[in-house]
Design a protein around this ligand. Structure first.
Ligand code: MG
Ligand code: ZN
Length: 361
């Protein structure tokens, strides 16, 4: 009986060791860099509209891990980009129009702020103004997304290494007459109006205002600003040995939805896909970079009622000029990507990024 018991115990211990190993292997791997790409207003229909009409296979189709997140805010079934951005940036659902504050107005620490605290390089890139709701959710703490001039002040309260987008107006022509461009220069930023003007070997902090307000749409003549800015941001931030966090926003997929303009939706989604291509190209070479592509919500209730894959045409119908409540897709590539499969809350995108980095709250 004793021998049988002893044998049983040995089996149990071996089993226990195997269990420990299995747990260790299934822990999310730490990653050095996270590139989060947000297509504002980009649901499955927007992506498939672009896939159906593009002259090439889109980078979206490279991802092997795809999930969905639920987009509602703390107060509404239909979120806005403030609450949507805040959920992704801070892991907390808040009221619509709020920017990285909770429903009581208390500031919420963002993934960009955690990255700074952990000595990573940080960057924000947007086709809209850099003080617009989505990028603002990663850096500012205000109760109203419309307080653009207050949001601009936060760019001087943080150690952000690089930002590229529109919004020179809120830094230069302000009601309080402050010149935040001078303040940025005094803090050591190189301030420019184009990434083409940045010396190739420049290593310092960088602020690029590509427009006074927002950049134009692709259909209005915008060139490759977003993919080029993505490439430049990655090239500069990746010089930090500790790693980096970079958020890239394709802002105008949403605006096309509000406008009921399928050409804007498609052209902006294809442009955003080109930025995804830059992120994937770096991540594949680098091996320690997690790329996450998602949206804050869907815009327009877009339906593809017909199409022709040979002619690359679609028939599109928008059911609303506002946002909708449907889940939006999440695509992930790189170490820890498998954590992004399944259906979860928008707030969990933040938690998964924190786990991937190995950051403590
Ligand atoms: Mg936005
Ligand atoms: Zn919108």
């Amino acid at each position: 009986m004793i021998r049988i018991l002893g044998f049983t115990i040995i089996i149990f211990l071996l089993g226990s060791c195997n269990l420990t190993k299995a747990n260790k292997d299934s822990e999310p791997k730490k990653v050095k860099n996270v590139i989060l790409l947000i297509g504002d207003g980009m649901g499955v229909s927007q992506i498939y509209a672009a896939i159906s009409t593009a002259n090439k296979t889109l980078n979206f189709e490279q991802f092997k891990i795809v999930g969905f997140h639920k987009t509602h805010s703390a107060t509404d079934y239909i979120t806005d980009s403030g609450a949507g951005g805040t959920a992704l940036a801070t892991g907390v659902r808040t009221c619509n129009n709020c920017i990285a504050v909770d429903t009581l107005g208390n500031p919420l620490k963002t993934i960009l702020e955690y990255a700074e605290e952990n000595n990573l390089a940080t960057g924000l890139v947007s086709t809209s103004s850099i003080v617009h709701a989505t990028p603002a959710s990663f850096i500012a703490h205000v109760a109203s997304r419309n307080d653009y001039e207050d949001i601009a002040l936060y760019f001087l309260k943080t150690e952000i290494d690089l930002f590229i987008g529109g919004g020179r107006k809120q830094f230069l022509h302000r009601k309080d007459s402050l010149n935040l461009i001078d303040s940025l220069i005094n803090r050591g930023y190189l301030v420019s109006d184009s990434i083409c003007h940045i010396p190739q070997d420049y290593n310092g902090k960088l602020a690029v205002f590509t427009a006074y307000a927002h950049n134009p749409y692709i259909k209005e003549g915008r060139t490759n600003i977003l993919p080029d800015a993505t490439e430049k941001a990655i090239q500069m931030l990746s010089k930090n040995e500790k790693g980096f966090f970079l958020m890239i926003e394709g802002s105008f997929i949403d605006w096309g939805g509000h406008d009921g303009d399928i050409n804007v939706v498609v052209s902006e989604t294809i442009d955003f896909d080109n930025a995804i291509g830059e992120a994937l190209r770096f991540a594949k070479e680098n091996g320690e970079t997690l790329v996450i592509v998602t949206a804050d919500h869907e815009t327009g209730g877009l339906t593809l009622t017909d199409g022709n894959l040979h002619d690359k045409t679609i028939t599109a119908n928008f059911s609303t000029d506002h946002h909708t409540g449907v889940m939006v897709p999440v695509f992930a590539f790189g170490p820890g990507a498998e954590e992004f499969g399944g259906i979860y809350n928008n707030t969990e995108v933040f938690e998964k990024m924190m786990n991937a980095f190995g950051f403590e709250k």
